[in-house]
Design a protein around this ligand. Structure first.
Ligand SMILES: [Zn+2]
Length: 294
């Protein structure tokens, strides 16, 4: 499932379209009707990952200012594939949401195909700046200069919130998905149900630095992994009931946060008590607008 590093890899892969001419855009979605009309004849100005969001920016002139963006959020099911004309697609064409045909700067033709994405939008640059998701994203873990102080400040907006819930909130810190959440908290030996307010700045910083390190390490080819020994790729994610790779105790899973996302953990290594701390896992709405105050 796509997490922040997956989106960076997709943006890297689609980077070959940068500077290319848009030949056509095909989409069955009514909300993309304007894009189908307006994208041909434009140029791909940039392919940008922001947290778990992808923006393909288009400009009216070659090397011009981007005026529109194809915005996708892939959530659990979506993907972008890059094909040469005539090559076989790895998913049925009935699942294609956007087919962007581009002739690159070297004259090669490409089809960038977005499958199954639940969110596909055609936005002006102004709409991107005002977008309810994009405009409230927290600092990006994979940005060139990651702003850990700003991330910590945002995490502290609600000190009662559980760590495993807070670090998944893209308005506080952008990039961490469900796999990284469980793996990072295990590797840092942190209780996912502990309140953010019970963690000092050093603990939060180490957790975020570790997130950045692992996500950057996974930007290369191959499947995402946070573990290398004995051919295993993960420590706790999706391993409920299996023995912990460090202490041998059974790994457990508990649902957490507004969306009830699964959190895998080792009770012994992470010092998690037996009973679910309900006050930390109950549904809670948190509104964050703009940067946290100093
Ligand atoms: Zn353990």
């Amino acid at each position: 499932m796509p997490e922040g590093d997956s989106l960076y890899k997709i943006a890297q892969a689609l980077g070959c379209l940068r500077g290319g001419a848009v030949m056509s855009l095909v989409s069955p979605l009514p909300e993309m009707a304007d894009a189908v009309d307006r994208a041909p004849g434009t140029w791909v100005a940039e392919v940008e990952a922001r947290g778990k969001n992808l923006l393909i920016w288009l400009s009216a002139e070659a090397a011009g200012e981007p005026s529109h963006a194809i915005y996708t959020h892939l959530r659990m099911s979506g993907s972008w594939h890059l094909y040469r004309p005539g090559s076989d697609w790895r998913k049925p064409s009935s699942r294609a949401r956007v087919i962007l045909s581009v002739r690159d700067a070297d004259g090669r033709d490409w089809r960038a195909v977005c499958f199954n994405a639940p969110t596909v939008q055609w936005l002006t640059a102004f709409q991107v700046r005002r977008h309810p998701v994009l405009s409230t994203l927290g600092p990006d873990l994979l940005a060139d200069a990651a702003d850990f102080d700003a991330m910590i400040a945002r995490l502290r907006v609600d000190p009662r919130r559980a760590l495993g819930d807070a670090i998944m909130d893209q308005r506080l810190v952008a990039g961490i998905g469900n796999v990284y959440k469980s793996e990072l908290l295990f590797m840092q030996r942190l209780d996912p149900f502990r309140a953010v307010g019970d963690c000092d700045d050093g603990t939060l910083r180490r957790l975020l630095e570790s997130a950045r390190t692992w996500m950057r390490r996974n930007l290369g080819p191959g499947r995402r992994r946070t573990r290398w020994d004995h051919g295993r790729r993960t420590w706790v994610y999706d391993k409920s009931g299996q023995p912990c790779g460090k202490c041998g105790d059974a790994i457990r899973m508990r649902r957490q946060g507004d969306l009830g996302r699964s959190t895998y953990y080792c009770p012994r290594c992470q010092g998690v008590g037996g009973e679910a701390p309900e006050r930390e896992t109950r549904r809670r709405r948190l509104v964050v607008r703009g940067p946290a105050p100093d």
